[in-house]
Design a protein around this ligand. Structure first.
Ligand SMILES: [Zn+2]
Length: 291
């Protein structure tokens, strides 16, 4: 199956009532664990690399690894530039072979966001690359290595949430294939219990005219994930939860064994931890068996 357009993947998810998991994979170990899980679970999957992670791994380094994984996989895979903010990153990603781009213009005023996102879509179309846009603002209080606000009191600021009617206009004017919407989730670690606005999400999904994407999936309950999917979410981005969990497991293993093992043994265990967590997520997002 291997390479597939993200637009096609998400339309299938919308039709069949599941969410495609989108994992930030910043190195080979993560890519291997995630792809193993997808093949085991027979789940479609999106591998992504975010602009804020360029300081750990460059696009030039990760692109060939992701492309190889995508081409060899027995399940449908798409590779996405996550939160592309600069025009240069977006262009470079397309040039390197990413077949999906998230252009994040959420920090711009509405008209500017429309204009910049449309420009990206125009170029992407000619190359057969899918585009995800963002309307509203999913905050980033604290996440792996990212700077930002120290608390998530801003989470309740509904003025940052996506307006369903504006979402429809945004999709129509830009021509995007997927819409990242804000309805109460935050990026990174939740510092207080999230309260998601599912009524708003439902309205957005019904009016937008493009599959809806949920960012900030780490730390939500299975009930929240289920409700999000029931209310129309077709793709969920997930990173922080996995990044923390895998380190916790590795730490415990080292304490338990008290052994000084080889790095390659450590690496294989870590790949297995990524596989396990990714598989769990695929079952939760109901993408298992949907490849
Ligand atoms: Zn995000």
């Amino acid at each position: 199956m291997s390479k597939i357009s993200m637009g096609e993947l998400l339309r299938d998810a919308s039709r069949r009532g599941y969410a495609v998991p989108c994992f930030n994979a910043i190195n080979l170990d993560m890519v291997r664990g995630i792809i193993q899980a997808a093949e085991e679970e027979n789940s479609p999957v999106i591998l992504c690399h975010a602009e804020i992670h360029f300081k750990y791994t460059s696009m030039e380094q990760i692109a060939p690894i992701m492309i190889d994984a995508m081409n060899r996989a027995k399940v449908p895979v798409s590779i996405l530039l996550d939160h592309g903010k600069s025009f240069s990153a977006v262009m470079k990603a397309m040039h390197l072979g990413f077949n999906a781009i998230m252009f994040d213009g959420s920090e711009y005023a509405y008209e500017e966001n429309v204009q910049k996102t449309s420009e990206v879509v125009k170029i992407a179309r000619t190359l057969g690359v899918s585009v995800e846009g963002e309307l509203g603002y999913v905050t980033r209080p604290r996440s792996g290595g990212a700077e930002g606000e120290d608390d998530d009191s801003i989470i309740d600021d509904t003025s940052l949430y996506t307006d369903p009617e504006q979402a429809r206009e945004f999709v129509e004017r830009t021509g995007i294939d997927a819409l990242a919407a804000a309805f109460g989730t935050v990026h990174g670690v939740y510092l207080k219990k999230p309260k998601l606005d599912f009524t708003r999400l439902n309205q957005i999904s019904r009016t937008a005219g493009a599959p809806v994407v949920m960012h900030g999936g780490s730390g939500l309950s299975d009930e929240d994930f289920n409700a999000a999917i029931d209310n129309g979410v077709a793709k969920i981005n997930y990173y922080t939860g996995m990044a923390l969990k895998v380190v916790e497991k590795a730490k415990q293993r080292m304490l338990d064994t008290q052994e000084h093992g080889f790095y390659h043994e450590f690496m294989m265990n870590v790949i297995d931890d990524f596989r396990e967590d990714a598989g769990q997520i695929m079952r939760t997002f109901r993408s298992s068996g949907k490849a």
